[in-house]
Design a protein. Sequence first.
Length: 191
Amino acid sequence: MSEGTTRDHIVEAADTLFYRQGYEHTSFADIAGAVRISRGNFYYHFKSKDEILDAVIGVRLANTRRMLEQWEAEGAGPADRIRSFIRILIVNGSDIQRYGCPVGTLSTELAKLNHASHAEASTLFTLFRTWLSRQFAELDRADDADTLAMHLLARSQGVATLSSAFRDEAFVRHEVQQMCDWLDACIDGKP
């Protein structure tokens, strides 16, 4: 494995473990074991778990940007692109049911720990907020675009949390449909 490849594998394994076990409950040994490298080789790439966390957040930000760019390219218009955001609750449903929302769980855990990287992790929400605001503005809702974006972020986080708590796929599908209906009402200028 080349140096860049080993580092990438470490970050990928850490990302998965942080999501499934939580940042605090994931050790160097857990990550090294998942990548199947010695601890010495591991320390060559990362000196601390915080360094790994920074790399994981960087990868999540890059992946989120790519996803938003893909939705921009593939969406027929702003409403279609917003529906892509809403439907992620179904697309990633099994993971969300088991582990919660990857953005919400990491941000919440880092806030509880009063961790220095909490602000950086929260930029994932800011990416979604800014992107959703722009979509609502394109729907001629510029005056309340940010309010609508925050409402949708909050509702989707609530659904993700309850999905994890109750593991009720029918509930998630119902809520996704409700959010799509709400979006249609926004387009008509009602909410």
